[in-house]
Ligand binder design. Sequence first.
Ligand SMILES: [Zn+2]
Length: 254
Amino acid sequence: MSYLNIPPHDLNDEERATYEWQIWVPEFGEEGQKKLRGASVLVSRVGGLGSVVAYELAAAGVGKLVLAHGGDIKPSDLNRQLLMTHEALGSSRVASAEKRLKELNPRLEIVSIPENINEENAAGIIEQVDLVVDCAPLFEERFQMNKECVRQRKPLIDCAMYDMEAQLTTILPGETPCLSCLYPTHPERWKREFPVFGAISGTVACLGATEAIKTIANFGETLTNKLLLCDLRSMSFRKISIAKNPECKICSNI
Ligand SMILES: [Zn+2]
């Protein structure tokens, strides 16, 4: 039984030709492609992580992307935020992201929101989508998204990185631990500015996009009840089991 039941959307011949090579993936097939076409995903922040998540989901043919990220492009964004361009320095991040994604896949429906997720806008934005990929660096935002995804019972792929390390888990509210089960309080170590190579944020982003595709099309094995820990300084990958916290303030009563 799948957690998400996306109504399949018919494909036209041009779409079949575009996605042909991934339709060959066993267990995915045309049925999986129709689900991607029918799906809507929020990518929260289109920075180092979210740019690549959005690009991969756009390339894969997810029908609708909602992008939420405030602010304008700065020179220090350009080592990793791959939907931003030098030419667009000083202009809106989501506008640049939308333009680049449409160049790749003009069939996409894109909703660009020039704001970061916060307490006021979270509910309305998450209502517009089937699934959320959390690419926000700050715990305030990540907790807000987690709380709202739990309330609306929407899957949340939580991607995080710092320096050469990364973590990833797939949260299915009611079935798996939520972010607050893992972090009952705000971890001290995380901050707004952090050491990062684009190759590291992009690696985690590709893993997160893979989780989103599998969750939507309901195939393979996802990181539910698991936390993937990656140390890219030593190239070690480790999966640990995680459990719901019966005392969790966010998900223990659902
Ligand atoms: Zn919880």
